[in-house]
Design a protein around this ligand. Structure first.
Ligand SMILES: Cc1cc2nc3c(=O)[nH]c(=O)nc-3n(C[C@H](O)[C@H](O)[C@H](O)COP(=O)(O)OP(=O)(O)OC[C@H]3O[C@@H](n4cnc5c(N)ncnc54)[C@H](O)[C@@H]3O)c2cc1C
Ligand code: FES
Length: 267
């Protein structure tokens, strides 16, 4: 079903449910709207409410949403089955600056559910290895029980064009690192890039704060850092002001910001 009016929620069928962890599941929902990497949609269930959720993957006739069960709407989503319907409106948001990444070294630093909004972009870079120069992934999770997208992580690791650094905060696991994503920033050979790179960062607020600081400390200029922000939202179309910080509307101007602007959104 097409979404003709971008602010009117329309019923869409859940095609598949793919549990990732106990409290994070990927819902594959029918969708025919064009999507850009890093955009989000508003998902609602009548009588329970609405929540903005990033698109973690997409194909011609579906969009994937990887959702953590944390409250009213998301609890109810976890009671649904394949074949049931949810309401969608969108897509919203600006998406990752894909044009800026052409022929550059792309450094992606993501933590926890923050891997969701950047996953479709990582897969696009995997599928078209002539697009960027090389890809560096620093991905972190709390523990082995919270690892998302295990099959894709394995696929990316096996690809020479990808340089992968996976870490768990405080647990020994396979051949992974132990510690925070910030500890791995020194592994990226920024000096060899001769300025030809961009850094994309997404994760919990505290992670983004410390990654931003560490990148700056390592001499990365603000304008080479991009961050995706989650803020309380209501309308998602720049009308209600819920997501507004000074003159910036996260729903309209973001959720992805260059650090020159995004630094004032860092908690
Ligand atoms: C652009 C954007 C993209 C996002 N992408 C994703 C995504 O891909 N996946 C994802 O899982 N989430 C994502 N989120 C976050 C998601 O929108 C929120 O988690 C959303 O609020 C969940 O809605 P809910 O009704 O289930 O939770 P709510 O009931 O609104 O609860 C939200 C939070 O408030 C807390 N809370 C609820 N009630 C109380 C109370 N009485 N007292 C104290 N605390 C309380 C809950 O513990 C929870 O942490 C995104 C948000 C934005 C803005
Ligand atoms: S959510 Fe309403 S203005 Fe951004």
């Amino acid at each position: 079903m097409m979404l003709n009016n971008p602010i009117r929620p329309e019923a869409h069928k859940i095609l598949r449910i793919l549990p990732q962890t106990e409290s994070e599941w990927t819902f594959r929902v029918e969708n025919h709207m064009p999507i850009q990497h890093g955009q989000f949609m508003q998902i609602s269930i009548p009588k329970f409410g609405e929540a903005p959720i990033s698109i973690s993957g997409f194909g011609e006739s579906y969009a994937d949403f990887t959702i953590r069960k944390v409250g009213k709407v998301t609890d109810e989503l976890f009671n649904l089955k394949e074949g049931d319907y949810v309401f969608l409106r969108g897509c919203y948001g600006n998406g990752w600056p894909v044009g800026c990444l052409k022929d550059k070294n792309v450094v992606i630093i993501a933590g926890g559910t923050g891997v969701s909004p950047v996953k479709s972009l990582i897969n696009a870079l995997y599928d078209d290895q002539n697009y960027a120069e090389e890809v560096y992934l620093i991905l972190g999770f709390k523990n082995s029980q919270s690892v998302l997208f295990a099959d894709e992580l394995k696929k990316w690791k096996a690809e020479k064009y990808f340089h992968t650094f996976y870490t768990l905060d405080g647990e020994d696991y396979k051949d992974w690192n132990k510690g925070m994503v910030t500890d791995l920033i020194e592994e990226i050979p920024f000096q060899q890039f001769a300025g030809n790179y961009e850094c994309l960062v997404v994760g919990p607020p505290v992670m983004m704060k410390f990654v931003g600081k560490k990148l700056l400390k390592n001499g990365i200029p603000e304008d080479k850092i991009w961050m995706s922000f989650e803020r309380k939202m209501s309308c998602a179309i720049g009308k209600c002001g819920h997501c507004r910080i000074d003159e910036t509307y996260v729903c309209l101007d973001g959720p992805i910001f260059n650090y020159t602007i995004g630094k004032k959104l860092v908690d």
